[in-house]
Design a protein around this ligand. Sequence first.
Ligand SMILES: [Zn+2]
Ligand SMILES: [Zn+2]
Length: 222
Amino acid sequence: MPHESRNPLSRLDPHAPLVLDTRALSRQPGSERKQTLTVPAPADFGVAMLGVPEGAEIELDLRFESVLEGVLVTGTAHVPLDGECARCLDPIASTFEADFQELFVYPDTRSGGNADDDELRLEDDLIDLEPVLRDAVVLALPLSPLCRDDCPGLCPECGVRLADAEPDHHHDVADPRWAALQGLTSDAPASNDEPSEVPPPGGRGESAPHQSTDRREGKQEG
Ligand SMILES: [Zn+2]
Ligand SMILES: [Zn+2]
């Protein structure tokens, strides 16, 4: 959403859920007002794999404070999150809490001579909280969300969720070309094959045979 450089001629829509009216707040510096409200989440409120579903309820605890230059808004947003684990693609449903603070400058105030394009201004006593919320929530979301910190992901061979699989889930060489090569070189007794793929006694296996082939996981962790 191109809110970063708002056209000064554009008007805020007083009916937009995140456009708030500050008229109830006295302009006397030091006066403050608290407000709690629930608003529907705007569209595209998240990153590719994790976000707030459009229309979901965002709870806001807000404090408006009159200062010399404008209105200082301090708040906390409680949002529901919906997404997909970047490793195992399981659905993720959780909640997120973001704190924010932003100064909305009175339109008739010169901000000490520094023409700051990022400065947010009141328009007809209205403030638009959406860009503030976006910065507080969307920028804080992980680009590769995980269903849990140690999610083992999917088996690169068969795609099964390794969290559901047997601890020593692995595949004997599946590629027929390798199988053929093995046949050529197997002069060892068949009864004692593949000692290296047997998990150590007492260990959990940790799917070590997969690690050499699991390039996708390595990329996400880097
Ligand atoms: Zn996962
Ligand atoms: Zn597998």
